[in-house]
Design a protein around this ligand. Structure first.
Ligand SMILES: Nc1nc2c(c(=O)[nH]1)N[C@H]1C(S)=C(S)[C@@H](COP(=O)(O)O)O[C@H]1N2
Ligand SMILES: [Mo]
Length: 387
């Protein structure tokens, strides 16, 4: 078991203590690399991504074929921003905590830094990842450092009757509803109980460096177990309310629409994107001396195993090369393909969680009934050419 997994358990057990103001320091796992055979060469995928039509939103993607470390270096980490990058002067920046609290707080970066430091290693995935033909690198794994959120909310004193916590970003853009156009700030919310989870943090460090500007400097929310969109960057305000928050990125965008049968009626359901889902992908194929192997990643829940299917054949178990116990971090796996005939081949992977959940096939009714591209955690099949 990794130190990260052990300390997560410790932290969960110590959740009450953590909320009372004690935070638990987590030690990141080693920078575990893919086991690249010496002299092995990458066989490029032939099902290449389409050109990214929204480079101002999807600013950077993870490159699976060159990925070689379990922790994603900051300069290789994917970047998503929906509005222009905000200009923030850290020296005059402060975070307001207000709304339904007994003691509104205004915290500077140094106010946060003098608090006990928390650390969590968390694989963030954008919920749009693999849902669009130009987007399969919306994921990365980092060790995030900051101040635990729960004790700060406790200090502010959440009033009885409060139900929701809204995290506001500094970035804003125009949104039109009907014939009204407003300038709306990026914001997302979760319930008070969800916000109090001991692993949530106001993050100012990424992989032991100050949080980089495009990742939300000076401070972002890190909410382990939640899809990327919940991890609000460039925080300016945390508002406690007694109403559900229905801003653009809660109620219009990042909403999964599904067609479901209820009794003998077909209805549409709407759900705001929230928690990560069980998923895996083949990352790359390597060749050495005429033998092939495929390496990949699995995440979204604690990983019990990964199965691989080659050219549509039976599912066979892959070997997990990193520990799967921590539900917040990805697990790397490898599968020996042996020798392969010349021509095009396919490889697919299926994650199985420690509790026995299986990553669904794309034609699973739950996924097939979905009309939006968010939360596309179906099995991914990739293609490569053996010459
Ligand atoms: N303020 C703000 N926070 C944001 C976003 C944004 O556009 N503005 N994008 C969200 C989305 S959709 C994702 S997937 C993650 C991406 O985090 P990263 O760019 O650090 O990888 O940030 C989230 N936080
Ligand atoms: Mo996202």
């Amino acid at each position: 078991m990794s130190t990260a997994a052990v300390s997560r358990r410790t932290m969960l057990k110590g959740g009450a203590a953590a909320m009372a103001g004690l935070s638990v320091i987590r030690i990141a796992g080693p920078a575990r690399a893919f086991q690249t055979p010496v002299g092995g060469t990458v066989v490029p995928w032939t099902d290449e991504l389409e050109e990214n039509p929204v480079p101002q939103v999807i600013v950077q993607q993870l490159d699976w074929e060159t990925l070689d470390s379990w922790i994603t270096p900051n300069d290789e980490f994917f970047i998503i921003k929906h509005y222009d990058e905000p200009v923030i002067d850290t020296a005059s920046w402060s975070l307001q905590i207000d709304g339904l609290v007994t003691t509104p707080l205004s915290l500077t970066l140094s106010d946060l830094q003098v608090r006990e430091r928390s650390e969590v290693t968390f694989t963030i995935e954008c919920s749009g990842n693999t849902g669009l033909p130009f987007f399969n690198g919306g994921i990365g794994n980092a060790t995030w450092g900051g101040a635990a959120l729960g004790p700060i909310l406790e200090e502010a004193g959440v009033l009885d009757g409060a139900s929701e916590v809204v995290f506001w970003g500094a970035d804003a853009g125009d949104q039109t509803r009907g014939d009204v156009t407003i300038t709306e700030h990026f914001a997302r919310s979760m319930s008070v109980a969800e916000a109090m989870a001991p692993e949530n943090m106001l993050c100012y460090e990424m992989n032991a460096e100050p949080l980089p500007p495009l990742h939300g400097a000076p401070v972002r929310l890190i909410a382990p177990g939640w899809y990327g969109v919940a991890n609000v960057k460039w925080l300016t305000r945390i508002e406690v309310t007694d109403q559900r928050f229905a801003g653009h990125f809660m109620a219009r965008d990042y909403v999964t629409m599904r067609e479901e049968t209820v009794g003998d009626e077909t209805i549409w359901t709407f759900a705001t994107v929230s928690h990560d889902r069980l998923k895996s992908v083949p990352a790359r194929v390597l060749e050495q001396d005429g033998s092939y192997l495929v390496q990949g990643a699995a995440w979204g829940e604690a990983i019990g195993g990964v199965d691989v299917s080659v050219d549509g054949g039976d599912w066979q178990p892959a070997e997990l090369t990193t520990d799967g116990a921590d539900p917040y971090t990805w697990t790397f796996w490898t599968f020996d393909l042996g020798q392969l005939a010349a021509g095009e081949h396919t490889v697919a992977s299926r994650a199985v969680s420690v509790s026995g959940d299986e990553q669904p096939a794309p034609d699973d009714p739950f996924l097939a009934g979905k009309s939006t591209f968010w939360e596309s955690n179906g099995i991914v099949t990739r293609t490569f050419l053996v010459s």
